[in-house]
Design a binder for this molecule. Structure first.
Ligand code: NAI
Length: 261
């Protein structure tokens, strides 16, 4: 049974950073439900390769290169999507990078490289897409935040700052664009196994800590993010804006202290 309340069928969905990991799983899931999905990555051939590998079902995957650290490329991307599809229903700001090191070792170029992609790029893409959505008087924007959004993990300062900013940006844009029919929410994944994190979680100490503090006793997979993304893109969340939803196996629910059973 297909339920129109949770439908993304016939939507035009733009996913920044859709060539692998969380973005790719969301793009595939939307396409399989009949959405036409534009995936972007820094490199055109990587985007095309991903598009060939994705099973688009009744939908479509359209690969377009766009480095979100480049305002010109953002403008070209959105102009092209607007010209081809004439609207954008959902934007999912997924593109993100990280460099793990102590704050004292973070260089200015580390800081800029992370903030330029994770926060400034996301903002510029949101703003450019909003100009298209405003014309329709409708749209949903979903920003991928992180556990670092509320409380930083140690040794990832620029990343944590960018993800805290993402949540603040989500609320600020919800305030400004709510009257125009654009909803803006954030999805904050817990620990998800992807190319960005695989090496980190192959460390046994890290893995034991992650499992101990995640009530569902497992790390996430990219597909775990799909249901919440569909919810945020569909009519089911029509009265929801400015919120950050944690999809983290319960990690942020509380402290797992050693009191015994
Ligand atoms: P990933 O490294 O597997 O995928 C990142 C995607 O972003 C790729 O498609 C890559 O091409 C794209 N990208 C990177 N820099 C870009 C740029 N300058 N322009 C355009 N695209 C660019 O990473 P993963 O794990 O799938 O992460 C996706 C998002 O989820 C990121 O924003 C990350 O911060 C966030 N996240 C991931 C978590 C995890 O445990 N994997 C946890 C919380 C948040």
């Amino acid at each position: 049974m297909s339920d129109p309340l949770f439908s993304v069928t016939d939507q035009i969905t733009l996913v920044s950073g859709g060539t692998r990991g969380i973005g790719r799983a969301i793009a595939e899931g939307f396409a399989q439900r009949g959405s036409r999905v534009i995936i972007t990555g820094r490199d055109q051939s990587a985007a095309e390769r991903a598009a060939e590998q994705i099973d688009a079902g009744p939908g479509e995957i359209v690969p377009i290169a766009c480095d979100v650290a480049s305002p010109d490329q953002i403008d070209q991307l959105v102009s092209r999507v607007d010209a081809q599809f004439e609207r954008i229903d959902t934007l999912i700001n997924v593109a993100g990078v990280n460099r793990r090191k102590p704050a004292l070792e973070v260089s200015e170029s580390d800081y800029d490289a992370i903030l330029d992609v994770n926060l400034k790029g996301a903002f510029l893409l949101s703003q450019r897409v909003a100009r298209v959505m405003l014309r329709e008087g409708a749209g949903s924007q979903i920003n991928i935040a992180s556990l670092n959004t509320d409380r930083p993990l140690r040794n990832v300062l620029p990343y944590a700052v960018s993800k805290a900013g993402m949540s603040s940006m989500t609320r600020a844009l919800a305030l400004e664009w709510g009257p125009s029919g654009i909803r803006v929410n954030a999805l904050a994944p817990g620990f998800v196994l992807t190319d960005l994190t695989r090496k980190l979680w192959s460390d046994e100490t890290m893995q034991a800590w992650g499992l101990e503090h995640t009530p569902q006793r497992r790390l996430g997979v990219p597909e775990d993010m799909l249901g919440t993304a569909i919810f945020l893109a569909s009519a089911a969340s029509a009265f929801l804006t400015g919120q950050t939803i944690f999809v983290d196996g319960g990690f942020t629910a509380g402290w797992n202290w050693p009191i015994g059973d």
